[in-house]
Write a protein that binds this ligand. Structure first.
Ligand code: GDP
Ligand code: ZN
Length: 313
């Protein structure tokens, strides 16, 4: 009879890192197994590089002595279907960076660097694009007056996006952040210097994340552009650590897709007169009408226009 978590001699685990031909799989008992991929799985894939990705849930053959010894080894026999895929688009295709991610934590700092409100909606759109739940963290409130932020926090709460006022320095908001991270797989994003590493280190003391960041810009064409790594949290859940992801321009996207990333516009889009309404120049547009009637935030609509028109940051 199969033991819990095993199936036909296979054990379930999660790919925490991919390096060359090897995938490193963390099993439920905490051991990390260095794995190759069964040849028959490879033959099903067009793109060899994305057979297995960090974040994949997989089944590993655990027969014989494979899992004993100092560096246990195994063979990946099966890959579970993916959800919440974080991709990076290059000119030719979408490349999967991390699979099975639940949420995108968008970290902004109030000062040093100053708050860039217009960036928030771009990060939210990239979360929506990847099927990730956005969470907004406004950090460094020890350096600013949080009262002035109430309208902003209110606006995002209204469209269902949790917003945490935090300080990695004083610890304010860290317990709420920890509760958000618990039992989920999370990617942190935000500009350099906003406090992503500091917040993570505050949420999980003992986690000494690298603070320096590698810019993705000059690495085009290199084989190992980005290597995402999953880190298990002691209180349950996972965070994705990759300097590449943090620096990504995640919002590269086609204009006609943009409306789908502003979920609060959906009810109005459905009522627009023309099915292909772009909600820009058309007369008789229910979205523009909703903005006029203040049912939708004008700032959010302005962000929509910016993304639709492909305005670069
Ligand atoms: P990252 O680049 O987003 O990972 O940012 P870091 O975590 O490396 O932090 C950048 C700088 O901001 C560091 O000097 C931190 O000490 C500082 N910092 C981070 N969080 C806070 C905070 O809440 N308050 C203050 N005053 N400084 C912070
Ligand atoms: Zn419209």
């Amino acid at each position: 009879a199969a033991m819990p978590g095993t199936e036909g001699g296979w054990v379930r685990g999660r790919v925490v890192r991919v390096h060359g031909l090897y995938s490193y799989v963390e099993l439920d008992d905490g051991r990390t197994v260095r794995c190759t991929v069964r040849r028959v799985l490879k033959s099903l894939q067009v793109d060899e590089r994305s057979i297995v990705t960090t974040g994949d849930w997989v089944w590993v053959a655990a027969g014989g002595d494979a899992l004993r010894g100092a560096e246990p080894e195994g063979v990946i026999e099966r890959i579970d279907p993916r959800h919440g895929v974080l991709t990076r688009s290059s000119r030719r295709r979408e490349h999967v960076l991390v699979a099975n991610v639940d949420q995108l934590v968008i970290v902004m700092s109030l000062v040093q660097p100053e708050l860039k409100v217009h960036l928030i909606d771009r990060y939210i759109a990239s979360a929506e694009k990847g099927g990730l739940k956005p969470v907004l963290v406004l950090n460094k409130i020890d350096l600013a007056d949080p009262v002035a932020l109430q309208p902003l926090v209110g606006a995002y709460s209204q469209i269902g996006i949790p917003t945490i006022l935090a300080s990695a320095q004083t610890g304010v908001g860290v317990a709420r952040l920890r509760a958000m991270l618990k039992d989920r797989a999370t990617v942190f994003s935000g500009q350099s210097g906003v406090g992503k590493s500091s917040l993570l280190n505050a949420a999980e003391p003992g986690l000494s994340l690298r603070v320096s960041e590698v810019s993705d810009v000059n690495q085009k064409g290199k084989h190992t552009t980005t290597t995402a790594e999953l880190i298990r949290l002691s209180f349950g859940g996972w965070v994705v650590d990759t300097p590449g992801v943090r620096q990504l321009q995640l919002w590269d996207t086609r204009p006609e897709e943009v409306e789908g990333y502003f979920s609060e516009l959906r009810p109005f889009i459905a009522l627009c007169r023309f099915p292909d309404c772009t909600h820009t120049h058309e007369s008789d547009c229910r979205v523009k009408d909703a903005v006029r009637r203040k049912l939708v935030s004008g700032r959010r609509y302005y962000s929509y226009l910016g993304l639709f028109n492909g305005v670069e940051e």
